[in-house]
Design a protein around this ligand. Structure first.
Ligand code: NAD
Length: 225
């Protein structure tokens, strides 16, 4: 992959799959703008990528806040002049529980974070992506198509991301912008660690996650990036 001279935005880029995307795109020569809510982690990764010869710029942004997503996109164009790729990665998997134990407000909040944030980021970035004939990558999940135990709200957001990406790809073909979604299986990230730490038998939970993969192990963040 050669991204020299190109600009990529990664949401939720401070750790996990997003960090993998930041590293892989910076290694391919891209100027990478990445965001998250935690400034310290963001500045640390910015420094590491820069020390390795890459270009990465951290912006503090909560993707569930429309105004902050707008500022992320506008700030990227003000700084680097263009956008070639938007990776909508930020998202969260709440702890597993049956539907009885989620509230409708829990679901609304997760929709804002996992799904509506992508709509907003796409809408803001598309005027620039149409100019560069760029592309959008939305982070969905395998469970969006196969389901998952005690994860109704999360699975619903991920199924919707895949469907949203298909519809947007049809519209944007006329502008030469490609839209794809990626549906990873299990990737070992802080989010997965959070799930393991919350389970009664940590070793068993992690082993089950590894065993569910055909390779017999979880993917790495670089493989996902
Ligand atoms: P993670 O929790 O390890 O990392 C998430 C990143 O998003 C972090 O940088 C975090 O700071 C950021 N983030 C969270 N909320 C945010 C907000 N409101 N605004 C801005 N940034 C925010 O998660 P991960 O495992 O790397 O998952 C990343 C994406 O991949 C998610 O959308 C997740 O649903 C999806 N996914 C993960 C797996 C997996 O096995 N890890 C599998 C399928 C899909």
């Amino acid at each position: 992959m050669d991204y020299r001279g190109k600009v990529t935005i990664v949401t939720g880029g401070t750790h996990g799959i997003g960090e993998g995307c930041v590293r892989v795109f910076a290694e391919a020569g891209a100027q990478v703008v990445f965001c998250a809510r935690g400034t310290k982690e963001g500045r640390d990764l910015e420094r590491k990528v820069t020390a390795g010869g890459g270009i990465a710029h951290f912006v503090r942004c909560d993707v569930s806040k429309e105004k902050e997503v707008r500022a992320l996109v506008d700030g990227t164009v003000a700084r680097f002049g263009r956008i070639d790729c938007l990776i909508n990665n930020a998202g969260w998997h709440p702890p597993h529980r049956p539907i009885d134990d989620f509230t409708a407000q829990d679901f609304r909040d997760l929709l804002e974070l996992n799904l509506v944030s992508m709509f907003v980021a796409c809408q803001q970035a598309l005027p620039y992506l149409r100019k560069t004939k760029g592309n959008i990558i939305n982070m969905s999940s395998l469970v969006g198509s196969i389901g998952q135990l005690h994860a109704t709200t999360y699975v619903a957001t991920k199924g919707a991301i895949t469907a949203f990406s298909k519809a947007l790809a049809i519209d944007e073909a006329a502008h030469g912008v490609r839209v794809n979604s990626v549906s990873p299986g299990n990737i070992w990230t802080p989010l997965w660690k959070e799930a393991v730490d919350a389970s009664r038998d940590k070793a068993k939970a992690r082993a089950a996650g590894e065993a569910a993969q055909l390779l017999g192990r979880m993917g790495t963040i670089e493989e996902a990036g």
